[in-house]
Design a protein around this ligand. Sequence first.
Ligand SMILES: Nc1ncnc2c1ncn2[C@@H]1O[C@H](COP(=O)(O)OP(=O)(O)OP(=O)(O)O)[C@@H](O)[C@H]1O
Ligand SMILES: [Mg+2]
Length: 238
Amino acid sequence: MRGWIIYKQNEMLLRQEAYEIHRLLEVAKEENIELQVFSPDQFDLTVTRDDEKSILIDGKRQELPDFVMPRMGAGTTYFTLAVIRHLERLGVYCVNSSHSIETVKDKLFAQQILAEKNLPTPDTMLVKFPVNVALVEKQIGFPVVVKTLSGSQGSGVFLSKSPGEFDDLMQLIEATSPKANIILQQFVKASHGRDLRVFTIGGRAIACMERNSNGENFKANVSLGGVGKLYPITPEIE
Ligand SMILES: Nc1ncnc2c1ncn2[C@@H]1O[C@H](COP(=O)(O)OP(=O)(O)OP(=O)(O)O)[C@@H](O)[C@H]1O
Ligand SMILES: [Mg+2]
C-alpha cells in the first residue's frame, strides 16, 4: 500500500518538532506501508477530462497513491484544499476529507453543526464591531472565551474575565484589525485546564484522551504544555 502525507514541510525539511508526522512514518514502516511526505506547493494542478492516474509533483508525473492524509490543520489554504479536492475527484481516499477540513477550519461553522445535531456545546456568538458589551453579557456572560474563527494549538484563544477588560480587548482588535473574525463562547468552568478529546473513525468513537494543563492555564492543549492520558469511553461520551 502507498500513501502520502500532505504537510507544511516535505520529508527533506521535516523538523523534529513535527512529532505526529514522525510517528506516522514510523508506524507505516512497521506495517509495510510506503508513506511519503509532500508539501502542498510541490503539487501542480491541471483539471482535464482525461481519465488521469497520475499527478505532477515537483514537475514530475507521480502515480496516484492508495490514500492521502492531509495534515495541514487550521493552516489549510485554498490551494491545499484544491489539491485535496483534486485527489478526491481522481478517486484517492483522503482522510480527513476536504469537506471535513473545510468544516472544522471554521470554529463557528463546527459549532453550528454540533448544535444542529443536538450535542451539548457552549453558546457561541460571532463578533460584530462595534461590540455591544451589554448584549454579550446577557447572551454569553462573563468570563467569556474569545477565539479567532480559525486556529489550532490554542493560539488565538483568550479568556476575558470582566466586561471592562473585554471592552478594552474588543476596542484594540477593532482598531488594529477591523476585519478580524472573532467568536465569543460561554466559559465551561468545569473544564478549566482540562478537556477530553474523543477520536472518531467512520462515525464511531474509538478512543478518548484526557488532556490536563496541570497548572494555571485554562487551555489544555498538549502543544502548550498539557499532558494527555488514556481515558475510558463511557456511553455518555460516545
Ligand atoms: N468554552 C470554553 N470553556 C472552557 N475552556 C475552553 C473553552 N474553549 C476552549 N477552551 C480551552 O482552550 C483550549 C483551546 O481551545 P480550542 O480547542 O477552541 O482551540 P484550538 O485547540 O486552538 O483549536 P482546535 O481544537 O480546533 O485545534 C481547549 O482545549 C480548552 O482547554
Ligand atoms: Mg482544541
